[in-house]
Design a binder for this molecule. Structure first.
Ligand code: SF4
Length: 341
């Protein structure tokens, strides 16, 4: 077994949002059986030395008893402690006065909050009226506890100028000074996100590299690794390798949907990417498929050269900005959609 460590992320509670950039894709919130968590871990236990168990893969702490839930996640983990990733639920932050103190108790130093521009745009992209005001309120609640907010913005052609206004708002609210007073820096960053899941629908308004407003460039995540689509098409026109993603770390990360379907953490959770079903198939076979990357999507991905994907699905005149990894995933998913897997 090449992997000794497993991170197991189970969609036990779902998510209050329906973001337009959601790379996982939208899924209904559905309650799983009360003992689903323990049963799932038991199936993997004989095969891994370490298992970090997460009761969420969409919104952390989106269950009423998040305190007990955190203790249970730790207790179910095997020779491992689940991480917090500086993530939290802004939905819960504004609804539950005990939640921000709970994050403080855990020693969470910073929490990421996601914006899509100003009020109307953020509400529309999160899929909930009031989301923007909740994000501002969550910012204050975190600061009150000595936790630094970190503002993340997803950029496209529609909201690029609003993100400049959002940066100005963070300065008006004196977030850099207030975070510095807490002993750290305020981070404001923007990026495109990946072009899969719901975000695939944003391709028509995907940001052009030359349209990124100058004030945002110093805040752009991995700006230097951003290419215009036409340039990636030119570079890869005859590329022989494949665009298949591959697990080359020491840890395997597996997602479990609320219907017990098993997925890698590579891209969206669509049927073609399913490894198998935990209720219907033997665990040995599911682990073999995961370790050997023997799934229909990955077999199909390895069978087609990157150059062919570019010739079939690339737009050689497009200025849209992509990282090479995200663009490969976009091309591959377009290809997989053409096949009936
Ligand atoms: S991006 Fe995150 S918060 Fe938004 S819908 Fe997807 S899982 Fe929920």
């Amino acid at each position: 077994m090449p992997f000794q460590s497993l991170s197991l992320c189970v969609d036990l509670y779902g998510c209050p949002n329906r973001c337009r950039h959601c790379w996982l894709g939208h899924m209904p919130n559905r309650a799983m059986a009360p003992d689903a968590d323990a049963r799932i871990v038991e199936r993997f236990k004989p095969h891994f030395e370490r298992i970090a168990f997460y009761s969420w893969l969409r919104e952390p702490d989106f269950c009423p008893d998040y305190r007990a839930r955190w203790e249970r996640d730790k207790a179910l983990s095997v020779n491992a402690v689940p991480k917090r990733f500086e993530l939290a639920s802004f939905w819960r932050l504004v609804r539950d006065p005990d939640y921000a103190p709970f994050l403080k108790e855990l020693g969470v130093p910073a929490v990421q909050l996601t914006f899509f521009g100003l009020e109307e745009t953020t509400d529309r992209y999160v899929g909930r009226k009031g989301a923007f005001r909740e994000l501002l309120r969550a910012t204050e609640l975190l600061l009150d506890q000595g936790i630094r907010p970190r503002w993340q913005g997803f950029i496209n052609e529609e909201n690029r100028e609003e993100l400049v206004s959002l940066l100005a708002l963070s300065e008006e609210l004196e977030l850099p000074r207030r975070c510095e007073a807490l002993g750290g820096e305020f981070r404001f960053f923007v990026h495109t996100g990946s072009c899969d899941g719901e975000a695939r629908k944003l391709y028509p308004i995907w940001i052009r590299r030359d349209h990124i407003p100058a004030p945002l460039i110093p805040h752009f995540l991995d700006y230097d690794a951003l290419w215009p689509e036409r340039e990636l098409c030119r570079l890869w026109r005859d590329a022989p390798g494949s665009a298949a993603p591959h697990n080359d770390g020491e840890e395997l990360v597996l997602y479990v949907s609320n219907e017990y379907d098993l997925y890698f953490n590579f891209t969206h959770m669509r049927p073609e990417w399913r490894i198998g079903n935990l209720n219907e198939e033997p665990i040995d076979e599911l682990i073999r498929r995961a370790v050997e990357e023997d799934t229909p999507a990955l077999r199909a991905a390895r069978a087609v050269p990157l150059g062919e994907l570019v010739q079939r699905y690339g737009s050689p005149a497009s200025e849209r900005a992509f990282s090479p990894e995200d663009y490969q995933a976009y091309l591959l998913n377009r290809h997989l959609e053409q096949l009936s897997l």
